[in-house]
Design a protein around this ligand. Structure first.
Ligand code: ATP
Length: 731
């Protein structure tokens, strides 16, 4: 039998080589959706199973493997297991798998743990922000968001805990994915034995291959772990002579450890066929068309659950209501035969996971979702996908710094991913709500990488922290514009993370990168510990509350919800409203979540507040590690409000997801920028520009509270120049 090489060890026997179709007992599992087949048999039937030896072989020969295979063929769940079985996790190193979304990390890790017959969090685990389900020394396969791996690189730049990394669903090209790819290229030049798999069903494989092949330096023998903060990636290591000798020797990622260069591997075959249907005439209102399609499916199609893709919370809630209403008038089915679940980022985790649970017998489940579950995830039982081919995408004008959300046609690659959510556990059908000709004519083939259309502030701060000083020469798969670099550097300067020479301010800048929230919220936290503010207790709560989902119970009793919001809302704005909610919750309820008592009456979602408390405690540990004073502002509300005012632009970032408006900062250099006609100027006293109608969230109306913050406070605390602008959701 063939032996497969992996760093430092000979591979043990691969279990599948000895007994294809054989007799091994399936691992004990908690949950097996396909009652006819054991999980082991289900695994063998996946298309990727036939290619496992080629994958192992490719990793022996090449340092970077780009794996392209149909949606559902087994890339995310199976490949890490093959590698684990082949010994890639001996020597205590892990296989790390990054995915763009938290829900994917959680659900795929659970599935793999079941398939391997182990407890989630032990041999197989996941890490997402504020939730680490791994065990040191035990976990061998770790799923995580790409953002989390980036954070890990701050303390371990060479990622020495991993023998192999898989960047899964790389087609998504989030800003984190692109940053990671650029950094991994650097890491691989330093760590000869590290291997990288980049996988997706809809990847521009050739562009990535060119990126990983066209490298000017080859692998260097450097210590595995440089000392913290001292690693200067930009400076070549070794003497000038040795650098000269190396130049021109190898143009690819070097061939250390038995492999060289980069290869593209295609996995043929798909789990089940997915038939795609298009409209014969364009539709006027895609939400209405989606609702009608769901009802048609329910009345005329075979059994099977439905997944509908819409662009945001408002559309989803409207569609959920419309489907429920339409179900009441069905001719040949009862209203109870249809269960409808919304799924979007602002929903609390328990409600998100409810969409994954199997429905009762004879009931058809309909999940109406954003692109949250467009890639990676498997919702068992989904047979039909309804896709209007639209998405709400983040964008920023690099010159003005105006950020906005815009509803735009999705890419063909995204539409393929969406269709791929059917056909995973049985044959499926996808209804695209546009004409076939329009699909190929109007939709771009690939999604424009996020890095080319959004703000780079966090990304550049990370790079600075990793010691990458020459940011413009950092290699991105798709380099952003110079204007975007300038804007982000100005923001970092405004936040105090960089000095006027563009150097990282230590420790402030480092801490802003290390703390697990956005640079703006991190700045607020750090500012709160300074003299003159002294309200870290309050800031910890406000920061924690910004990082959980909406703390209000999602309900259709909109009027009642509005009343509750008014009763808990405070004039100083959202952050203080959230602070108030948190305080009141613990004043009125006992430790445990209490949705029936005070919290239920006030439409406050108890589990979300408890989650915020956990996050608050984690943030406090960070501040204590920095030995920063944690004191309370007590009854001094203006002092706390001053802090909020100084950090007002936080709200911009926090409310892009669910509101109709976006609040923006101006570039430091240009005092005037385009102002939406609906904006009402209250004060233009330099260095502040304040607008009255800072309504930017459909969720919490007193975010209008910007007006309630006395502009005089603003001028008192203004560390830097910013201004706000309202823009209507890109429409
Ligand atoms: N939670 C689950 N419940 C039931 N079956 C599952 C589940 N997760 C995975 N599977 C099965 O495993 C198969 C492979 O899933 P996997 O996520 O590894 O595919 P993939 O190739 O990574 O897909 P994608 O490109 O869409 O991310 C699915 O098609 C499905 O049959």
């Amino acid at each position: 039998m063939q032996q497969y090489w992996r760093p430092g060890e000979r591979a043990p026997q691969l279990p599948y080589d000895k007994e294809i179709g054989g007799s091994e007992e399936p691992p004990s599992v908690v949950w097996n959706t396909n009652k006819n087949l054991s999980l082991d048999e289900q695994r063998r039937r996946l298309p990727v199973f036939r290619h496992r030896l080629s994958i192992l072989w490719a990793l022996e020969k090449h340092r970077v493997v780009i794996l392209v295979g149909q949606t559902g063929c087994g890339k995310s769940t199976q490949v890490p297991q093959y590698l684990c079985e082949a010994g890639w996790t001996s020597h205590g190193r892990r296989i790390g798998v990054t995915v763009p979304r938290r829900i994917a990390a959680m659900t795929i890790a659970s599935r793999v743990a079941q398939e391997m017959g182990v407890k989630l969090g032990r041999e197989v685990g996941y890490s997402i922000r504020f939730d680490d389900q791994t065990t040191a020394g035990v976990t061998r396969i770790q799923y995580m968001t790409d953002g989390l791996l980036l954070r890990e690189m701050i303390s371990d730049p060479l990622l020495s805990a991993y023998s192999l990394l898989i960047v899964d669903d790389a087609h998504d090209r989030t800003i984190q994915t692109d940053l990671l790819l650029g950094l991994l290229k650097k890491v691989m030049k330093k760590r000869q034995h590290l291997r990288l798999i980049i996988s997706s069903a809809t990847l521009d494989a050739q562009a990535l291959k060119a990126f990983f092949t066209d490298s000017a330096a080859d692998a260097e023998d450097t210590p595995e772990k440089p000392s913290k903060w001292s690693s200067r990636w930009d400076q070549p290591t070794g003497s000038a002579d040795s650098r000269k000798r190396k130049r021109g020797s190898d143009r690819g990622i070097g061939g250390g450890g038995g492999g060289g260069g980069c290869v593209v591997l295609s996995v043929e075959g798909r789990t089940h066929p997915v038939e795609v249907e298009y409209l014969s005439e364009p539709c006027k209102d895609y939400v209405e068309a989606a609702v009608k399609t769901v009802i048609d499916i329910h009345e005329h199609e075979r059994d099977g659950d439905v997944l509908v893709f819409l662009t945001g919370q408002e559309e989803i809630e409207a569609a959920v209501d419309a489907i429920r209403e339409a179900a009441r008038h069905l001719k040949n089915r009862t209203p109870q035969s249809l269960h409808v679940h919304p799924l979007y980022a602002a929903l609390p985790a328990d409600r998100q996971l409810a969409a994954f649970a199997p429905p009762p017998r004879s009931v058809r489940k309909v999940v109406v979702s954003t692109n949250l579950c467009e890639a990676s995830v498997t919702i068992d039982g989904i047979v039909f996908v309804v896709d209007p081919c639209y998405v709400k995408a983040k964008a920023a004008d690099a010159n003005s710094g105006v950020s906005y959300l815009v509803v735009a046609p999705t890419s063909q690659a995204s539409a393929t991913q969406r269709a791929g959510r059917a056909g995973r556990t049985q044959p499926g059908k996808c209804y695209r709500l546009l004409r076939e000709a329009d699909f190929s004519r109007l939709l771009p083939r690939q999604t424009v990488p996020e890095i080319m259309r959004t703000d780079l502030t966090s990304a550049l701060l990370y790079l600075k922290c990793l010691g990458i000083d020459n940011l413009v020469s950092f290699e991105f798969v798709s380099p952003p514009s110079l204007a975007a670099y300038t804007r982000a550097l100005e923001s970092l300067y405004a936040l105090g993370a960089l000095d006027d020479k563009g150097k990282l301010v230590v420790p402030l800048g480092v801490r802003m990168a290390e703390l697990p929230l956005t640079p703006e919220v991190n700045r607020m936290l750090l500012l709160s510990t300074e003299e003159g503010y002294g309200c870290a207790e309050e800031a910890l709560i406000m920061a924690a509350m910004t990082s959980v989902k909406s703390p209000w119970i999602a309900t259709r009793k909109k009027d009642y919800l509005e009343l509750c919001k008014l009763s808990l809302g405070v004039a100083e704005g959202d952050l203080l409203t959230y602070f108030n909610m948190y305080q009141q919750y613990f004043f009125h309820t006992s430790e445990e979540s209490d949705d029936t008592g005070w919290a239920g009456r006030h439409m406050v979602h108890g589990p979300t507040i408890l989650r915020a408390r956990d996050i608050r405690n984690q943030l406090e540990k960070h501040l204590r590690r920095y030995k920063l004073p944690i004191s309370s502002g007590g009854q001094d509300t203006p002092r706390i409000a001053r802090l909020v005012a100084a950090s007002l632009f936080i709200n911009a970032a926090q409310n892009q997801g669910n509101g109709k408006y976006v609040l923006c900062r101006s570039p430091l250099s240009s005092p005037v920028m385009s102002i939406h006609p609906s904006s009402v100027l209250v004060s233009a006293q330099p260095p502040w520009v304040v607008f009255q109608e800072a309504v930017f969230s459909g969720d919490t109306p007193y975010m209008q509270g910007v007006t309630a913050i006395d502009p005089r406070w603003l001028s008192a605390v203004a560390p830097h120049y910013f201004h706000m602008n309202l823009q209507r959701d890109g429409r």
